[in-house]
Write a protein that binds this ligand. Structure first.
Ligand code: AMP
Length: 209
């Protein structure tokens, strides 16, 4: 199974991609996680990316396309993959199409998780990560245990989330007609308990078989 998960920031892409990774035993390729790892490791690429990420802007296409190209070349992607947070622009979608054509591995579908803007704002600004486990919590909907060591992602601060949502509307929303035209777009309602959202996704993917 080769899928891309689309959806605005805080739509639950990462959570759902991780569930699908376990269900299907295929890698989850998250450009956000890769960029955060590069930043934490202090690499040159990480330092460059951090200036965009901390202000909610998209990292330049050539940087993320390079990361994904390298990652898709790995042996563990032969039986499939879930791309989480990539592509985010037309240029990235074109680059992905070319890479997959070269690998003779076309996409099965592009899954859009729909959530409206007010709820996205609330989700992102109250989202916290336990730095010890990587587990994501929400202060209102999924409160962390008392011993969690919580981190608030700098790009989840209110002003930055607004910019990220604007960037999504300006650049990434264009991918919906892009994949629709190719007959690959599938949409699920991302509102509700994450387990219910998973069931909706599973129902959509079953139809692809
Ligand atoms: P995410 O964890 O997917 O929300 O990504 C966090 C941040 O990483 C984004 O706000 C961007 O700054 C950057 N980023 C992640 N994926 C991409 C991408 N495909 N294109 C450009 N920037 C990205």
């Amino acid at each position: 199974m080769r899928i891309v998960i689309l959806g605005p920031p805080a739509s639950g892409k990462g959570t759902q991609a991780a569930i699908l990774r376990e269900r299907h035993s295929i890698p989850q390729i998250s450009t956000g996680d890769m960029l955060r790892a590069a930043t934490a490791a202090g690499t040159e690429l990480g330092k460059q990316a951090a200036t965009f990420m901390s202000t909610g802007k998209l990292v330049p296409d050539e940087v993320v396309v390079g990361l994904v190209r390298e990652r898709l070349g790995g042996d563990d992607t032969k039986s499939g993959f879930i791309l989480d947070g990539f592509p985010r622009t037309d240029a990235q979608a074109d680059a992905l199409g070319a890479m997959l054509a070269e690998l003779e591995s076309p996409l099965d579908c592009a899954l859009q998780i729909d959530v409206d803007r007010d709820l996205l704002m609330e989700r992102a600004t109250l989202r916290r990560t336990d730095v010890r486990t990587g587990q994501i919590y929400h202060l209102k909907y999924n409160p962390p245990p008392p011993d969690a060591e919580l981190e608030h992602r700098a790009d989840d601060l209110e002003e930055t989330v607004k910019i990220r949502l604007d960037q999504y509307d300006e650049m990434t929303a264009a991918l919906l007609p892009y994949y629709k035209e190719k007959g690959l777009l599938r949409r699920v309602d991302g509102v509700g308990d994450p387990k219910e959202v998973t069931l909706r996704i599973v129902a959509v993917l079953e139809k692809e078989k």
